[in-house]
Every structure is written in C-alpha cells, then in structure tokens.
Write a protein of this length. Structure first.
Length: 358
C-alpha cells in the first residue's frame, strides 16, 4: 500500500492507494477517528459490485450502516438529488456525530461531499472512489458541488474529506470508456506539472491500457501527490490551484453544450486540453509539437481530441460562466511546453475560438 498525505493543518488527511484493500476500510476509518454511524451514498451499479464488501468492512468495525442509492449519471448531480439525500438522513435521525461515505465515481463523490458540507452545517465524510477519474481527481482536494442548467459545478463548497481510500483493483470492472476518461486526468498532471511523468505515461501506455496493478498504483500515486502539493499551496483556488483546471474551461463548455452525460467528463477534458494546447501554441507559450504529443498520447488511450461542431459564440457564452472568470474577463489555464502551466487572461477569445473550431 502507498500513502499520500494532503497537508492542511488540522484538516489534513491521508490517501491510501493499493490493490485489494477495500477490506482494510474499517481500520482506515478508525485511524482517523471517523464516526461509528455511517451512511454510504452510492449508485445501483457500484452498489451491486462493491456495496456488500464495503458494508461488511464497516460492520466488522462495529459501525452502524445505512445505504443511500441514487441514480447513476451526471444528469443526477443536481439540487433535487441532494434534497433526496437530506430527506433520508433526516428520516434516519442522523446528527453531527454521524458521517457519510461516498462509494462511486465523481458524481457520487461531489454530491456526498456537498451533502456532508451542508447537512447540519457540516458532518465528516470519506471518499472511496471507484473510477479512475475520481481516484486521481475529484476525490482529492475537497471540491464538492452540483451542476446548474447554465453550467457545471456552479453550486458547491470547499470541504475536505477525512480520508480517501483508493483500491485500484476495482478498476477491473470499469467499462473501457470510463477507464479511458480517467486517463485524461492522469495525462493532465504530466502536462501541467511533471514532464518526467508525461514521458513515463508515454512509455507505459501499454501497461496502463492493460490495467496492470503496479502501473496503476504508480500513476494514481503520482497524480494524487501532484494534486496534494497544489492543494496544500492553494486550497481555495485563489491562484496556483487553478492550473488543475487545465482543459476544463473548454471541456466544461463541451459537456454543457452536448448535454450532461452525453460526453464523459474525462473525454471533454481531453478535448479541452488539446484546445488549450493549440491556444498556447498560437500565443507562443507552447509549440505545435507539444500539441501533437498531448493529442497523440490521448488518442493512444482511446480519447477524443476534436471539439464537437457547435458555433464559436455558443462555446463562448458557456465559457463566460466559468468560475475562473474575473470582472468579466475570461482566464484560461495554458501549458508552457510539457510540465508547466499558468493562468492567462485572454482578451480576444472569439478570434481564438474561431480558429480552434475550424
């Protein structure tokens, strides 16, 4: 088992990364003093696969367990679903000495985290992510929230988990499309922060495509370490943390225009990263060779890299709702070659979009 620590003072927490370690969950929760009464939030697919195993691990530790099952899909990441979770917690008489456990992908993690942040003004929660995307991204860093019809993740809170429990063994049951979507976020870390990791991904693409446990543990550990380092420096995204949104401004626009759930989040991020790399090359921050290397690695993992054909003005209208907009100005995370990135204000996005969407 590997461990990464997210160092945030009194709100620090461990990330456990290993293969076949779901049975160790009870001990992990004991180590962080997690409450004895727990509600697991999951969806039918994940619940059928791993629900009994997780419930057993908790009950072996003398915990009282309830299960909340919500529909599967990005289209259910809404305030209406959140209210359903509140209703059950109230019916079960949950109090501030209880906790929530997110068992699933990013939708489950974001919803559960926001429910924990807001129910009774805050109760503890833990993340048990079951998709690669959630393991390397949404389960770490404390971003929680729900979508709004006018934009993704517009309603939410920064609220850190007590523990993140990552078992790469569960990825064996992940559909190919969902697995590839997670690899997009893994590639992102190499582009924005670690050129050596990007090169490792290029060299180990066959092992990663085969879901080799050792390769997966390494890829997840490096991804989580990079994210932890960034979050420790800028927890509430006032500066450096924005680089973690590389590809997301374009990507969220793709998701919104296509309709939530039509294009997977990781697929949209893959498209967004290539659009960002092209923008970087046009502005002289990167090169066309960088664009080809990024696009080539993403393609080798079975990911799309070309944006769907919506008009430039529609892309721009959605991007204006992005959380990085300040005083009406659009700011984009752009790569500086491979291994570095920064936030840039873009004065003429319409012209750039017209070029990018040709």
């Amino acid at each position: 088992m590997k461990q990464v620590k997210v160092g945030l003072g009194e709100r620090s927490y461990p990330i456990w990364i290993g293969h076949g370690q779901l049975p160790e969950l009870g001990g992990a929760l004991d180590a962080v003093g997690f409450p004895r009464r727990v509600a697991i939030v999951t969806n039918p697919t994940v619940g059928d696969l791993y629900g009994e195993q997780v419930v057993a691990a908790l009950r072996d530790g003398n915990r009282q367990v309830n299960v909340v099952t919500i529909p599967d899909g990005e289209e259910y990441k809404t305030l209406a679903t959140l209210e359903q979770i509140y209703d059950l917690l109230i019916d079960w008489r949950f109090d501030r000495y209880c906790g929530l456990l997110a068992l699933g992908g990013g939708v489950i993690g974001d919803l559960t985290g926001f429910a924990a942040a807001t129910f009774l003004r805050g109760i503890p929660f833990v993340q048990v992510p079951t998709t690669l995307l959630a393991q390397v991204d949404s389960s770490v860093g404390g971003k929680t929230g729900v979508n709004h019809p006018q934009g993704k993740n517009l309603i939410g809170a920064f609220y850190q988990p007590r523990h993140v429990h990552i078992d790469v063994g569960v990825l064996a049951t992940l559909p190919d499309r969902e697995y590839a979507a997670g690899l997009a976020e893994v590639v992102k870390y190499g582009v924005i922060r670690d050129a050596a990791f990007f090169a490792w991904l290029e060299n180990e693409r066959a092992a990663l495509l085969a879901r080799d446990p050792a390769a997966l543990e390494h890829a997840v550990m490096i991804s989580c370490q990079i994210k932890a380092d960034v979050v420790e420096s800028d927890e509430n995204e006032q500066g450096l943390r924005a680089i973690l949104n590389y590809g997301h401004t374009f990507g969220h626009a793709v998701e919104t225009l296509a309709g939530y759930g039509v294009i997977r989040h990781g697929e949209a991020v893959a498209i967004g990263m290539v659009m960002a790399a092209r923008t970087s090359a046009r502005l002289g921050l990167g090169s066309l060779d960088d664009v080809e290397k990024i696009a080539g690695l993403l393609r080798s993992f079975g990911l799309p890299v070309e944006p769907p054909a919506f008009p430039a003005e529609e892309y721009l209208a959605v991007m204006r709702h992005d959380k990085k907009v300040r005083d009406g100005a659009l700011r984009l995370v752009l790569n500086h070659g491979i291994g570095a990135a920064d936030l840039h204000q873009v004065e003429v996005p319409q012209e750039l979009l017209d070029e990018l969407l040709i």
